[in-house]
Design a protein around this ligand. Structure first.
Ligand SMILES: *Cc1c(COP(=O)(O)O)cnc(C)c1O
Length: 462
């Protein structure tokens, strides 16, 4: 399996190279050259299999000869062993034909664990074979950083350095980053906001001397291996509700478009998905783009579902690449307009193709809180604000097919918003009930590239 860039100008890479590289050198994102398909019999045979077995069968065609079957099976086993639910991604019923896919039973209580835990094990397997050592750096507004630290803690060939805005992440999120005691984990509290953190990470990647001296690597949401890991639960959920005989719909709380793009890949692999519904909060650029064709940035307004507060949705580029018939130059043109003019217009033909697969909707702050309250009253399920956005949009998009809504975080990660909406205190699961007692380790640093780079040099193992 070979990987090509969405902008058509970067070298074609293997799975392992694409995973270690992240962003393509032409600024594009790597996608598989072809999408493997499963027969109806292959899909039917997935029903009732353990999550790890489905993961192996779905992902195996994408990894080429990077790992032997035995190696890949043990990578998958290690990735999911610390999940707090035997099903890994259990499905619960919300209404007559509406189901919730709970993706928050991983170590940091958000769906990002599915991809990050796998990528940690993939990196470690690849680096221990080559004898190389890398420094993963990332900026976070909360969820990504904690998932990355949890995935890479204690791995011998990796240091992980996470920059977060001092005083601007929730207490649960901060503690998840500052309480791991392993020496290869480095949490840096930057005197600045999330954009400052992201800008300093970019600066580090552009400082080639520094980049090479510490072996900088990134694991942000554009990494193909992260998308791939998320394809798996679309198959486990749909087959447990009767696919391939029955068609199902999905609604996904969306920010960077990684999670819903994984659903699109599942559909292209042959899973009978009717529609994929993009659910946005008040930062609704994707809803506007899919319903009108205009992708126009308007600034970000903070919401109670902060992981969806975006205006540049990186993985959307992968969907554009396909609806433009894999024309890298056309995609590059739109991305240049985004950068220079703050937006672009999707062509009629491409928009039509986009709308054949994707529907969309939005939820205001009030509607989100209302949905948390009514869902709790009617079903006893306590939703996090991100999942509530999707439940609201899903209700508007119901057809005769079963609707599966993705629940992307545990309500205990957003206790204040949940309490305000439905009066419930959402407790942390038992396995992390002592999070508030564990001791923290964090380094406060100025919003200054030289100071941050020096810290990285000092702290990482040699
Ligand atoms: C990251 C995140 C999202 C958005 O997922 P994308 O793949 O970026 O679209 C939604 N909900 C939660 C809780 C998240 O952490």
């Amino acid at each position: 399996m070979r990987y090509v860039s969405t902008r058509g100008q970067a070298p074609v890479l293997s799975f392992e190279q694409a995973m270690l590289t992240g962003l393509a050198r032409d600024g594009g994102l790597y996608v598989p050259e072809t999408i493997p398909t499963l027969t109806a019999a292959d899909i039917a045979a997935l029903a009732g299999q353990p999550y790890e077995e489905v993961a192996f069968r779905i992902m195996r065609p994408y990894i080429g000869d990077a790992f032997t079957d035995d190696e890949f099976r043990s990578i998958i086993a290690r990735a999911y062993e610390h999940f707090g639910h035997a099903a890994r991604a259990p499905l619960v019923q919300l209404g007559a034909n509406h189901f919730l896919l709970e993706l928050f039973h991983g170590p940091t209580l958000a769906f990002k664990d599915f991809a990050m835990q796998l990528i940690g094990q993939l990196f470690q397997a690849s680096l221990s074979r080559s004898g190389k050592r890398v420094t993963i750096v990332g900026a976070t507004s909360g969820d990504t950083g904690s998932a990355a630290i949890e995935a890479f803690r204690g791995l011998s060939n990796v240091d992980v350095v996470i920059l977060f805005p001092h005083g601007r992440v929730s207490e649960v999120q901060r503690r998840q980053m500052t309480t791991p005691s392993e020496g290869n984990v480095h949490a840096l509290a930057v005197d600045g906001d999330f954009d400052d953190c992201q800008a300093r990470v970019k600066d580090m990647f552009n400082d080639f001397e520094f980049r090479d001296s510490v072996g900088l690597a990134g694991v942000n949401s554009i990494n193909w291996a992260r998308v791939l890991a998320q394809v798996v639960y679309y198959f486990t959920a749909a087959t447990s509700l009767g696919a391939p005989q029955r068609t199902v719909d999905f609604t996904v709380p969306t920010g960077n478009f990684g999670d819903i793009f994984a659903g699109y890949i599942a559909k292209r692999m042959g899973l009978p998905i009717g529609k994929l519904v993009v659910a946005t909060n008040q930062n609704d650029i994707l809803h506007r783009a899919i319903s009108t064709g205009g992708y126009i940035t308007q600034g970000v307004t903070p919401s109670i579902s902060p992981s969806m507060d975006i205006q540049v949705s990186s993985n959307f580029e992968r969907a554009l690449f396909d609806v433009y018939d894999r024309d890298g130059a056309a995609v590059a043109g739109q991305m240049a307009d985004l950068k220079e003019k703050g937006g672009f217009q999707i062509s009629q033909g491409a928009l039509q193709r986009l709308q054949e697969t994707f529907a969309s909707g939005r939820a205001s702050e009030e509607e989100t809180a209302d949905t948390i309250r009514t869902t709790f009253a009617q079903t006893g399920e306590v939703l996090c604000p991100h999942s509530a956005v999707a439940v609201k949009v899903a209700a508007e998009q119901m057809t005769d097919a079963p609707m599966i809504t993705l629940a992307t975080a545990h309500p205990a990660k957003f206790p204040a918003a949940v309490q305000a909406a439905c009066g419930q205190h959402a407790p942390l699961p038992n396995r992390m009930a002592d999070l508030y007692e564990r001791s923290e380790r964090v380094t406060r640093v100025a919003n200054d590239l030289a100071a941050i780079e020096q810290l990285v040099h000092e702290r990482r193992a040699h």
